[in-house]
Design a protein around this ligand. Structure first.
Ligand code: HEM
Length: 182
């Protein structure tokens, strides 16, 4: 499966911001990637390259894959937001925004980049303070998704807690994220 270049370009920026250019170069040396790590936002690259790079970060920085994905997701929200299609900037509430991602934002992204592979959110329950949704993607990046939701809440200046009441990585059938306004 292929990932749009923007994810790679942003991952590169994220790593350099945290650990510097030299660390990124060390990763590329060791990863031996088909693309050689020369990423552009208009390109499309193999999913596996991202997983290889994340794997090396986990090994070298002694953090869990979960923490690495989460931190990248939290960081990348503002970058996605800045690149978002027209009309995506008017939502002021986390829950409203999450619905908009499923109903409109990712739909527009897909129209602009037909080869983009986007997750599906199936909303399961909602009260004024708690929203649950099923995160569905062959990529199984649920921790990344949790991180993006936190990044979104920073943007809307709302205090939230995100957890997974079901998670494939814990042996459940699916991943269900619960977002609580605290
Ligand atoms: C700010 C507006 C947003 C824009 C413009 C946007 C755009 C994108 C783009 C371009 C990708 C990469 C697709 C590919 O590589 O093929 C992506 C992936 C993803 N997005 Fe969004 N996104 C936005 C908001 C969100 C939010 C708020 C969430 C969290 C609920 C989210 C969850 C994800 C996840 C988890 C992926 C990884 C792919 C996967 O899981 O299969 N996005 N998005």
């Amino acid at each position: 499966m292929a990932v749009k270049g923007i994810v790679f370009v942003k991952f590169n920026e994220f790593i350099e911001e945290l650990w510097g250019e030299e660390f990124w170069d060390t990763l590329l040396d060791e990863a031996n990637l088909p693309s050689e790590g020369i990423y552009t936002t208009v390109g499309t690259y193999d999913d596996e390259e991202l997983f290889t790079l994340v794997g090396l970060v986990v090994e070298k920085q002694n953090i869990s894959a979960k923490d690495a994905q989460f931190a990248f997701g939290k960081w990348v929200f503002k970058e996605l937001f800045n690149a978002a299609p027209a009309g995506a900037h008017d939502f002021k509430d986390v829950f409203e925004f999450l619905h908009a991602v499923q109903d409109f934002i990712h739909v527009e992204v897909k129209k602009l980049n037909p080869d983009a592979l986007l997750p599906e959110f199936e909303f399961l329950s909602e009260t004024p303070t708690t929203l649950t949704f099923h995160y569905q993607s062959p990529r199984k990046l649920c921790y990344f998704c949790e991180g993006i939701v936190y990044g979104l809440a920073e943007h809307t200046e709302q205090k939230i807690a995100v957890s997974q009441i079901e998670c494939e990585h814990r042996g459940d059938q699916r991943c269900v994220l619960e977002v609580v306004k605290v």
